[in-house]
Design a protein around this ligand. Structure first.
Ligand code: NI
Length: 220
């Protein structure tokens, strides 16, 4: 399942991000690419030892960890590394698959949180491949796309302006994308049932099924 989640960051968050990003030091993105992806990765990312970037990433991490829809869609067990990436005109990231294990976590879900106004740059779509074809994403600032780390994907070359984004990975309690999708839909239905009908007999059975499926499939 690929899902877009709106307004992960508020306008206040975004103003704070922009205020600090100007002063963050960026380095060649190849330093964190796996050996196979290094040849196709051409971007910049915030230097790992920059204290400004560290503070900014800590704030963004808190927002992600607290987001209810991200929690329902991904069932995060542990968040992995977060990277602030910057693509200037001529930069892109060719077709690749993300590393399976990063900083001690298994990458089950990948995400991109868009930070730049899409009108401020051309190109720069995140394109995700699937057997049904390709899907391109270029979202409003503060919006996020979550997708299985198992996919081949790329970032189209930016031809004008600057594309800033936060990218990251997480290990899920539920390894299978199919099971995560089923749980997400059942959880959504369960919540809607509660809103519409309250805590009746039907809700209790659906609620029980949801919780027991999660219990059956969760890896701790
Ligand atoms: Ni990637």
């Amino acid at each position: 399942m690929i899902i877009c989640i709106g307004e992960v960051l508020s306008t206040t968050d975004l103003a704070d991000v922009y205020g600090r990003l100007d002063r963050v030091r960026f380095v060649d993105g190849k330093v964190t690419a796996g050996w196979a992806a290094r040849g196709v990765k051409d971007n910049l990312q915030a230097a790992a030892d920059d204290p400004l970037a560290e503070a900014l990433l800590a704030r963004l991490r808190r927002r992600l960890e607290a987001h209810p829809v991200l929690a329902m869609a991904a069932r995060p067990r542990r968040f992995g590394p977060l990277l602030l990436s910057r693509y200037e005109a001529g930069m892109g990231y060719g077709r690749h698959v993300d590393d399976a294990i990063m900083a001690g976590i298994r990458s089950d879900c990948s995400f991109t949180l868009f930070l730049s106004d899409p009108a401020a740059y051309d190109g720069g779509e995140l394109v995700i491949e699937s057997p049904a074809g390709e899907q391109g994403f270029k979202l409003e600032p503060g919006h996020l796309v979550l997708y299985p780390s198992t996919t081949l994907h790329r970032v189209e070359t930016v031809t004008r302006g600057v594309r800033l984004a936060l990218v990251g990975w997480l290990e899920s309690y539920v390894r299978s994308p199919d099971r995560r999708e089923l749980l997400f839909e059942l959880d959504t239905a369960r919540r809607r049932l509660f809103d519409e009908q309250g805590k009746g007999e039907v809700f209790d059975l659906v609620d029980k099924s949801f919780r027991n499926l999660l219990r059956m499939w969760a890896e701790t």
